[in-house]
Write a protein of this length. Structure first.
Lengths: 544, 113
């Protein structure tokens, strides 16, 4: 499918965002319309299901594979039942939650009781989640409607969506290009207007980078802000769940619904969550926006259009009253190495559980794909042979590569050189952010840090063609060059669209705050969104 | 630092993976390239720097020792690959010992000895 040159002219005259049945209706307008009784939750759900069926995934036909490929699965009856229950609640005079009737897509690594869950891996084909993730409980309590299982890189390992064992999701702005990853289906579905919001997970950029490539807003909360209970673990010291939406206000609403302490996740932060909505319109007067000298201006591997978009974003914030300041993040250049060593080490431990004993697609020698996969060769017990075959045939190339890399970094004799060294560099990276932003958004005392938020690109490039980086893992890892330092430090960051390049592809800016500073980054992001205006949505026909 | 065939075989066994011949060659080449990039860390002075294993150190929190419902047995067994065993209320796995050839038993723990 060729790129449409008309994309940039697709400005809409009416205000479809306020029409609850329009594909680009916002979370905010949908929830208000359902709560007011202007539209039934069932009508909203049916409109979303019809769009998904017509343009992307038909559950009866098993899905068409030349579409955007956002969905791995969809249970329309459950969606309609849930919507009907919300309408019944309203008819009975009960108050509705803050996400009343809002369809929210779920990345396929988040557990929904009674529904399949695959992490886009063959190894989990046929698996059914036995319980709800904390974020699902919170969405249901807010009267949102979980819709579908969204495509992703296998076990969240990838930056393009292409490591999905099923099929790669595509970019709604140009279906010959990737939507980014690993939350590829979440970003593509929201960007295309199939859903107003989706949940993703971010370990080293997996919410922010696909948001950047698909013209959507993606928030990675502070580590520990959103419970990981029910999220399939990738890198346990890095993983966070967060929203992908089309507006900053919508991201704030979904974040407010899912954030907060949960005793079932031992790293869940036992502190109250500041409601980001009241401060969202307060502007950026005297807010100090840090521009790291390591990520500002022309840089190797960063597209000129991205550099120019960052300059426009900084000027727009300055025009709105912010003060631009230089900051120094001297260790961010080491983040990719430290991140991939730590994340793969944690992966090699976390993925040990997928062995085909208690769950998973068990394979024994002889029922694999026919190619001998026995390195090292040799006699094995039936159990060991089952492990080797189940995992060898069930995991894809990138997952296996990362397991081996992580195990290598953890191996005795190399542990200090790689794993411990990476964790020490992580300390230096975290110190850089504390020096720039302060240790905690709530800190009242002590000397003021040099800036309140930091502005960087989210991704060094716009969306790249399918296949461009798949055979070159290191160049794929470099997609995370601006996102990974944030993950290592544990601080919150948002990506929002700040423009289109000359080919009409979205460019995202990343705003980073101190620990627990989500309300602050959302406020600055909302200001930037107002100042620059929202980018033109993709042409829906591009999805066909 | 390069990862040779022997490294791949040793690690592969430790992490319970199997590779086809083509995969095994490919992974060694790619991991060597990746580790060459990671060698940039050698230049960083971390003398006296404590490692960070978690970005936030959450104090250990205790709760009352009250009984709580766990996962129902039927839910826990629902995804068992061996359906016959699950129907009887347990997980079944392939034999640990039978059919071992006598000459070679790879020692799980002794790889780095």
């Amino acid at each position: 499918m060729a790129k449409s040159k008309k994309r940039k002219q697709s400005k809409k005259s009416a205000t479809p965002e306020n029409n609850p049945l329009d594909r680009f209706a916002t979370v905010t307008s949908l929830a208000a319309a359902v709560a007011a009784g202007d539209v039934a939750a069932v009508e909203v759900a049916d409109a979303a299901l019809a769009r998904i069926r017509d343009e992307d995934f038909d559950p009866d036909a098993g899905g068409s594979r030349d579409r955007l490929n956002c969905f791995l699965g969809l249970e329309p009856e459950k969606v309609r039942e849930r919507a009907a229950a919300i309408d019944a609640k309203r008819a009975a005079g009960e108050p509705l939650g803050p996400l009343a009737g809002v369809p929210v897509g779920i990345k396929d690594n988040i557990s929904l009781a009674g529904s399949p869950l695959t992490c886009a891996s063959k190894l989990l084909a046929g698996y059914t989640a036995p319980y709800d993730a904390h974020v699902i409980e919170r969405l249901l309590a807010a009267d949102a409607i979980p819709v579908g299982r969204l495509n992703m890189d296998e076990f969240a390992k990838g930056s393009s969506g292409e490591t999905s064992a099923y099929f790669p999701a595509r970019n709604p702005y140009d279906p010959t290009r990737v939507p980014g990853g690993s939350s590829s289906g979440s970003a593509a579905a929201v960007g295309a207007g199939l859903l107003p919001a989706a949940l993703g997970s971010d370990t080293g950029g997996s919410i922010r980078q696909p948001a950047s490539l698909t013209g959507t807003v993606g928030l990675k909360p502070t580590y520990g802000r959103v419970s990981r209970y029910g999220l399939v673990a990738f890198g346990s010291s890095l993983d966070q769940i967060g929203p992908l939406t089309r507006t900053v206000e919508d991201a704030a609403r979904v974040f407010a619904a899912i954030a907060g302490h949960d005793s079932r996740d031992a790293t869940s932060a036992p502190r109250p969550v500041e409601d980001p909505l009241p401060t969202l319109t307060q502007g950026v007067e005297a807010v100090r926006v840090g521009l790291p000298k390591q990520t500002t201006g022309a840089l190797d591997g960063v597209e000129p259009a991205v550099v120019e978009a960052m300059e426009r974003a900084a000027k727009a914030l300055e025009a709105a009253g912010a003060v631009l300041v230089d900051v120094d993040l001297p260790h961010s250049q080491y983040a990719i190495s430290a991140y991939y060593l730590l994340a793969t080490s944690e992966t090699s431990a976390n993925l040990a559980r997928f062995d085909g004993v208690r769950y998973g697609a068990r394979r024994t020698p002889g029922d694999d794909d026919g190619e001998p996969r026995d390195v090292p060769p040799g006699p094995h017990s039936p159990l060991l042979a089952t492990y080797l075959t189940t995992r060898g045939a069930g995991f894809g190339d990138e997952v296996k590569r990362r397991i081996v890399l992580g195990a290598f970094a953890l191996r005795s004799g190399y542990h200090d050189k790689y794993f411990r060294k990476a964790a020490q560099v992580r300390t230096l990276i975290q110190r850089d952010f504390i020096a720039a932003l302060g240790a905690d958004a709530a800190a009242k005392s002590g000397s003021a840090p040099p800036c309140d938020v930091i502005l960087t690109p989210t991704s060094p490039t716009v969306a790249f063609p399918l296949g461009a980086k798949l055979d070159d893992p290191l160049s794929m890892y470099m997609c995370d060059i601006f996102a990974a330092p944030v993950s290592l430090a544990g601080v919150p960051a948002i990506s929002l669209p700040v423009g289109l390049d000359s080919a009409g592809l979205p460019i995202g800016a990343q705003l980073i705050g101190p620990m627990y500073g989500e309300a602050r980054v959302l406020r600055v992001a909302a200001t930037l969104e107002r100042e620059l205006g929202r980018i033109a949505p993709p042409t829906p026909a591009a999805a066909g | 630092m390069s990862i040779d065939r022997r490294d791949v075989e040793q690690i592969t066994h430790l992490v319970r993976l199997s590779f086809t011949e083509a995969e095994a060659q490919d992974i060694g080449t790619q991991l060597t390239r990746i580790l060459d990039h990671f060698a940039q860390l050698d230049a960083v002075d971390v003398n006296g720097v404590e490692p960070t294993w978690q970005p936030v150190v959450t104090p250990n929190t205790m709760r009352e020792d009250e009984p709580r419902d766990g996962l129902e047995r039927s839910s826990a067994l629902r995804n068992s690959p061996d359906r016959d065993a699950a129907a009887e209320g347990f997980f079944a796995m392939p034999a640990v010992l039978e059919d071992l050839a006598d000459e070679t038993v790879i020692d799980d723990a002794g790889e780095d000895a």
